[in-house]
Design a protein around this ligand. Structure first.
Ligand code: NAD
Ligand code: DAU
Length: 354
């Protein structure tokens, strides 16, 4: 039976679809609106694979979602589609409310209708998996314990507030209607196909172009980094054996400051693509901080390890090297997506940050 993936042309979604089809023969229906962040080129290797059916469309379009569910009878929905960039949510929050809240609501309602018409076996088997973020828990100080699944929700940005709202909807659709849901709250991902507005690919592409490497504020903010295919493996484990109604925190046990991350990217580029002008470190520039910038995220991933036996496979050293090599080999991919819209975004976000 097929699965329905939303947002499967984005960074994590496309990695998930590609990994899924190397491990399973269950077809994937991929519903993606192809916003600036969605790119069918990520899925080019599946062009002749009948197990991948791509539908360009909006998760807010109830009639379309109903038709997809009716025609394909998927056994699970894995919901990645979202507006995902914190800085964009600060400049323009409305798209985040629409897709992340309204879109999740629309999917839940369509899933509920689909699920209640299944036979008893189909009802037991069906899952709605919601892909969420650690940012819903807010910010930690340096001496606080990492986020657990019972940490308070304290979202601080328009992005994280919209994801928190979607998490609450998913929880309520299980509690009230019995829809068989699972949710994962994951830390910062990195790896191939990440849109170069995010920290690691932005630093790689700026360095190669000889542009400043913009560090927000003092660069001492901490994130917990996870290689993207480890996140995909965690979602597959949750789909297989996760408890209905449960939430799983997913993280890399890998807390690093932004300035450390940039130093490691620079060191790899200095080794792999040395520049006659000297180390890329000369391009590091501190710029005005992100408004409301969360200081530290950290994930306690013991629950998913104890219940489902999942642990990250990749170390940060191996994952970052793979990532830098991938971007060095795919400069044409970067060139094609850094279009007019992207250049406008860079001017809007960084132009006003002296
Ligand atoms: P992304 O921005 O790279 O991709 C999002 C995808 O969703 C794009 O393909 C886009 O076209 C699609 N999309 C957007 N609006 C849509 C709509 N209305 N209808 C259909 N498709 C639409 O995002 P990502 O980094 O791959 O994140 C995927 C999910 O994982 C998101 O829900 C995000 O909140 C969550 N997440 C991301 C990270 C991370 O570090 N990137 C970490 C934890 C959780
Ligand atoms: O924690 C999970 C979240 O990680 C996901 O839910 C989001 O979808 C994803 O975008 C990511 O959010 P962040 O805001 O942490 O990611 P970003 O890559 O935008 O920034 C990482 C850190 O780097 C953050 O502290 C801000 C800083 N930064 C970012 C950019 C783009 C800079 O210092 N300079 C920059 O130019």
């Amino acid at each position: 039976m097929p699965i329905l993936v939303t947002g499967g042309a984005g960074f994590i979604g496309s990695n998930f679809v590609l990994d899924w089809l190397t491990q399973s023969d269950e077809p994937v229906i991929n519903l993606d609106r192809l916003t600036y962040a969605g790119n069918q080129e990520n899925l080019a290797s599946l062009a002749n694979d009948p197990r991948h059916i791509f539908v360009q469309g909006d998760i807010c379009d109830r009639a379309l979602v109903d038709a997809i569910l009716q025609q394909n009878q998927p056994r699970a929905i894995i919901h990645f589609a979202a507006e995902s960039h914190v800085d964009r949510s600060i400049h323009g929050p409305s798209a985040f409310m629409r897709t992340n809240i309204d879109g999740t609501f629309t999917l839940l309602e369509a899933a509920r209708d689909h699920w209640r018409n299944l036979n008893e076996a189909g009802k037991r088997w069906f899952r709605f998996h919601h892909v969420s973020t650690d940012e819903v828990y807010g910010s930690l100080t340096s001496d606080q314990a990492p986020f657990t699944e019972t940490s308070l929700y304290q979202p601080n940005s328009p992005y994280s507030a919209s994801k928190a709202a979607s998490d609450h909807l998913v929880r309520a659709w299980h509690h009230t209607y019995g829809l068989p849901v699972t949710t994962s709250n994951c830390s910062n991902n990195y790896g191939p196909f990440q849109f170069p507005e995010k920290l690691i690919p932005l630093m790689i592409t700026h360095a190669l172009a000889g542009k400043p490497l913009p560090i927000y504020g003092d660069g001492q903010q901490i994130r917990d980094w996870l290689y993207v295919t480890d996140h995909c493996a965690a979602i597959r484990r949750i789909l297989e054996d996760g408890r209905v109604g449960a939430v799983y925190n997913v993280g890399g046990w890998n807390e690093l400051t932004n300035i450390d991350i940039v130093a490691q990217v620079v060191a790899l580029l200095d080794e792999l693509r040395p520049n006659p002008a000297g180390s890329y470190a000369r391009l590091i520039t501190h710029v005005t901080d992100r408004p409301g910038h969360d200081r530290r995220y950290a994930i306690d991933a013991r629950k998913i390890e104890q219940e489902l036996g999942w642990r990250p496979m990749e170390t940060f050293a191996t994952g970052l090297r793979k990532t830098v090599l991938w971007y060095l080999d795919h400069q044409d991919w970067v060139g094609r997506i850094t279009s007019g819209e992207y250049r406008q975004w860079i001017d809007q976000n960084y132009g006003a940050r002296p």
